[in-house]
Design a protein around this ligand. Structure first.
Ligand SMILES: *[C@@H]1O[C@H](CO)[C@@H](O)[C@H](O)[C@H]1NC(C)=O
Ligand SMILES: *[C@@H]1O[C@H](CO)[C@@H](O)[C@H](O)[C@H]1NC(C)=O
Ligand SMILES: *[C@@H]1O[C@H](CO)[C@@H](O)[C@H](O)[C@H]1NC(C)=O
Ligand SMILES: *[C@@H]1O[C@H](CO)[C@@H](O)[C@H](O)[C@H]1NC(C)=O
Ligand SMILES: *[C@@H]1O[C@H](CO)[C@@H](O)[C@H](O)[C@H]1NC(C)=O
Ligand SMILES: *[C@@H]1O[C@H](CO)[C@@H](O)[C@H](O)[C@H]1NC(C)=O
Ligand SMILES: *[C@@H]1O[C@H](CO)[C@@H](O)[C@H](O)[C@H]1NC(C)=O
Ligand SMILES: *[C@@H]1O[C@H](CO)[C@@H](O)[C@H](O)[C@H]1NC(C)=O
Ligand SMILES: *[C@@H]1O[C@H](CO)[C@@H](O)[C@H](O)[C@H]1NC(C)=O
Ligand SMILES: *[C@@H]1O[C@H](CO)[C@@H](O)[C@H](O)[C@H]1NC(C)=O
Ligand SMILES: *[C@@H]1O[C@H](CO)[C@@H](O)[C@H](O)[C@H]1NC(C)=O
Ligand SMILES: *[C@@H]1O[C@H](CO)[C@@H](O)[C@H](O)[C@H]1NC(C)=O
Length: 700
């Protein structure tokens, strides 16, 4: 009886509460938004600074595990900075800086003040860019290669060394137009103006930002690689990834063992190389325009022109020309270190199989006759500098370089390009340095658009893009003479003719590069991957209408760049065969040719596809340090870069109540809770009196 009674009473209670909350809800206008969404305003499209590690140190940024929070403070000038340091009385702050204030000394001051919990770099696209901005070192790759860069005449004079600092707080980057009323920058500025403009902030409700970018790896690559293997609660721990990607290469002619032995005597291979990567402080924002795109495009165009005229058979004795695009060079020369290591270990291009008809011929470093490196090439004044690897004292190494550059100069006359020998004895940061560490008598030369310091003011940064390179796309019409495309086309023509002369010992000036081809390539790499050449070099894969990003990948996430560049190189140098799609597969009897199915030239938007025969292939770009058992991580012999793993990147803005406000809210909450206990207790004990039998009749 009492049980039934209780049940009825409970039923009555539920009824009562449903009625009450129904009334309350209808008052507060029901909306599907969750309370959390009303409190937080998400800042979309923010790129995060993340943590990178070398063998002995950690660099970059990380938030605290649950996210770092701070009141917004806009730093537009030195006064704002001083205010934060001296008067800011509600720390921690989130400093919001434009590119002008995002400088080494400002950031270090903020870090050392202890009052800052994070930094947001906000680039207002309606304002001008700073004159220079490079987060890399003044001596990029200072601890690898020949280690000859000196601080009083550095290669990257604008370098701020931000990439070589462990910041200890999170940083994000947003790009937004302050004129855009719904843009991130406008939202932040408005919130700041409304809540944070008072001079005394303690005790006020403030507009704040929360940043989440917690990094799992810490200390050094050595520590995190060791931790990676450990099993924690039966889940394998994975805290960091080695920087790994692929190098791309193509040889003219094929590296076949069926060529006469004389083809592979010592000093018979000319290697033409460029780097394929850049870097920056922020994830996914690595536009790499001047470095490496100008070099990549010059190399692709040269390989294309040379392949059109190069003897494909051995009736005409020729040297081999090996074109390579190396990955990870911005991180202590990962790609070139691995390529050299593979050569020394009889693994370049890949292990040879003597049981088939056409096995590959291995290359060793002593095969190299000349190493030509294409560095940054943005100079429209038709003037380039070349850096021979060794001084005139090493005749054996110097003479081939001077012969080659003599030809470059001679052919250059026809195209209005002049070459000047550098006055310094050192090389700019270059893959060639890796090879010289092994053999300092290797004939080699680096060709670049600068003498002494880089002319590129935005080296390895988020701003090294099409607009700071001042690139204009001519979309199929002939680029004018003073355009970048025309300059690179003429340079590539000169290079192809010189390589032809060096490789065959005969002059042939038919090799030539079309400036519209170069323009299209530049457009693909700088403006949109959805371009005619990338689409022709792949099969039915339409790319996004945006430029690629040039950061090296990790094992599980290789970069798209290497694949796309490899396909493009194959498309530009390979031979179209008449095989069908089904026949377009590797020949088991040949180790030297690949057959790739691609759309091919596609003028009317209608392609059935073509099968291209090519010597292009990839080789792994993984630092040898990760392949050597018991490697000494502090030795500095090989690159040791890894990057941390993370769970999420998130930036949110919200109103952060003052401490007093929070305490009051808490007290009220506790009071209300006790009060409601009392009421419920009261109602419960008197329910039969209060509700009785009338309730059902009187219900809403
Ligand atoms: C890691 O970087 C730091 C600072 O740039 C440098 O001092 C150290 O030698 C580097 N360690 C290795 C193994 O390259
Ligand atoms: C932004 O607005 C300012 C004036 O409010 C105007 O001068 C400027 O041209 C605008 N810039 C852009 C990129 O819209
Ligand atoms: C080629 O170079 C290797 C290594 O430098 C040397 O041992 C060999 O004798 C050379 N061969 C010839 C034919 O010069
Ligand atoms: C140059 O090479 C092309 C293509 O191989 C050939 O047709 C032409 O006859 C050559 N010219 C000379 C002068 O050797
Ligand atoms: C051009 O190269 C050839 C072959 O390498 C060489 O014999 C000749 O001297 C070079 N020409 C100049 C002007 O240096
Ligand atoms: C570049 O080459 C083209 C022909 O390919 C020529 O018309 C143009 O004048 C050259 N540029 C210069 C600066 O000589
Ligand atoms: C950019 O290029 C245009 C034409 O190509 C030229 O008029 C302008 O001066 C260049 N600007 C810079 C900063 O080089
Ligand atoms: C290039 O020209 C074509 C045809 O005129 C046009 O459809 C296309 O939008 C142009 N592309 C760019 C990027 O201007
Ligand atoms: C790529 O370009 C083609 C033609 O220029 C266009 O039809 C297509 O929508 C573009 N795709 C993307 C993803 O932008
Ligand atoms: C196509 O390939 C076959 C061999 O598969 C060959 O006999 C024929 O000559 C080729 N045709 C052309 C036009 O190249
Ligand atoms: C391409 O390289 C891979 C290893 O990187 C090798 O297994 C394969 O045989 C190569 N293919 C050709 C045709 O060179
Ligand atoms: C594409 O090819 C089909 C038949 O293969 C043809 O009917 C169509 O007209 C072609 N389209 C264009 C734009 O050439």
């Amino acid at each position: 009886m009492s049980l039934v009674n209780n049940f009825v009473i409970m039923g009555n209670h539920v009824f009562f509460w449903i009625c009450l909350s129904g009334v309350l809800l209808s008052i507060s206008e029901v909306s599907p938004e969750r309370t959390k969404d009303k409190m937080y305003e998400s800042i979309d499209g923010a790129a995060a600074c993340f943590r990178r590690l070398n063998g002995t140190h950690q660099f970059g940024c990380s938030s605290s595990r649950s996210g770092s929070v701070g009141a917004i403070h806009l730093i537009d000038d030195d006064d704002d900075l001083l205010w934060l340091l001296n008067k800011g009385d509600a720390p921690p702050y989130m400093a919001v800086l434009g590119p002008d204030m995002f400088k080494r000394d400002v950031l270090l001051t903020l870090r050392d003040s202890g009052k800052v919990s994070g930094v947001l770099l906000a680039y207002d696209t309606a304002a001008d860019l700073p004159q220079h901005y490079s987060p890399d070192d003044t001596c990029p790759n200072r601890y690898s290669g020949q280690k000859k860069c000196v601080d009083n005449a550095p290669w990257n004079p604008e370098g701020m060394g931000l990439l070589q600092i462990d910041w200890g707080f999170p940083m994000f980057y947003i790009k937004s137009n302050s004129n855009d009323s719904s843009g991130n920058l406008r939202k932040i500025r408005e919130c700041h103006q409304r809540y944070n403009s008072a001079d005394t902030q303690a005790g006020r409700t403030l507009c704040a930002i929360e940043m989440n970018s917690y990094m799992s790896a810490a200390v050094s690559s050595e520590v995190c690689v060791r931790r990676n293997g450990v099993k924690n609660n039966f889940h394998p721990v994975h805290v960091c990834d080695a920087l790994i990607d692929r190098n791309v290469w193509v040889s003219l002619p094929a590296l076949s063992q069926n060529r006469p032995d004389t083809a592979y005597e010592n000093r018979t291979v000319i290697m033409v190389s460029a780097r394929m990567d850049s870097t920056s402080m922020f994830d996914q924002v690595v536009p790499g325009a001047t470095s490496p795109v100008t070099g990549i495009v010059a190399l692709l165009a040269t390989a294309h022109a040379l392949s059109q005229v190069f003897p494909q058979d051995d009736t005409q004795q020729s040297s081999t020309v090996l074109f390579t695009l190396l990955h990870g060079e911005s991180h202590d020369y990962i790609g070139s270190q691995r390529l050299l290591w593979d050569m020394l270990h009889g693994q370049f291009p890949h292990p040879s199989n003597a049981d088939i008809d056409d096995p590959v011929h291995l290359l060793y470093p002593n095969h190299l006759k000349l190493f030509v490196e294409l560095s940054q090439l943005s100079n429209r004044q038709q003037h380039l500098t070349f850096y021979p690897a060794s001084s005139a004292n090493y005749i054996r190494a110097h003479a081939p370089v001077m012969d080659f550059m003599g030809n470059m100069t001679e052919f250059g006359h026809n195209y209005g390009i002049t070459f000047t020998k550098s006055t310094t004895d050192t090389l700019p940061p270059a893959s060639l340095q890796t090879f010289l560490v092994h053999d300092n008598k290797l004939p080699g030369v680096v060709i670049a658009d600068h003498e002494a310091g880089f002319t590129n003011r935005y080296y390895n940064s988020i701003f090294d893009d099409a607009s700071t390179l001042n690139y204009t796309y001519y979309n199929g019409s002939v680029p004018p003479e003073d355009s970048l495309a025309s300059f690179i086309a003429n340079f590539s023509t000169v290079l192809a003719q010189s390589l032809f002369y060096m490789a065959t010992k005969t002059k042939n000036t038919t090799a030539s590069v079309d400036a519209t081809l170069v323009d299209e390539l530049l457009h693909c790499y700088l403006e949109s991957m959805n371009c005619s050449i990338f689409n022709a070099a792949t099969f039915q894969s339409r790319f996004e209408d945006k430029p690629p990003t040039f950061y090296i990948g990790v094992n599980a996430y290789p970069s798209v760049m290497a694949q796309l560049t490899g396909q493009t190189l194959a498309y530009l140098t390979g031979q179209v065969t008449n095989k069908t799609k089904e026949q377009c597969v590797a020949d088991p009897q040949s180790q030297v040719y690949q057959y790739l199915w691609m759309s091919g030239k596609n003028e009317n938007g209608n392609s059935t596809g073509v099968c291209v025969k090519t010597t292009m292939n990839y080789s792994i770009a993984e630092s040898p340090a990760f392949s050597i058992e018991g490697y000494d991580w502090a030795s500095g012999q090989y690159s040791t870069w890894t990057e941390s793993t993370w769970n999420e990147f998130r930036v949110r803005m919200f109103l952060k109540p003052s401490y007093r406000h929070e305490v009051v809210t808490l007290c009220i909450g506790i009071a209300v809770m006790f009060f409601s206990f009392v009421i419920v207790f009261f109602i419960n004990t008197r329910s039969h009196v209060l509700f009785g039998d009338v309730l059902v009749a009187a219900s809403c």
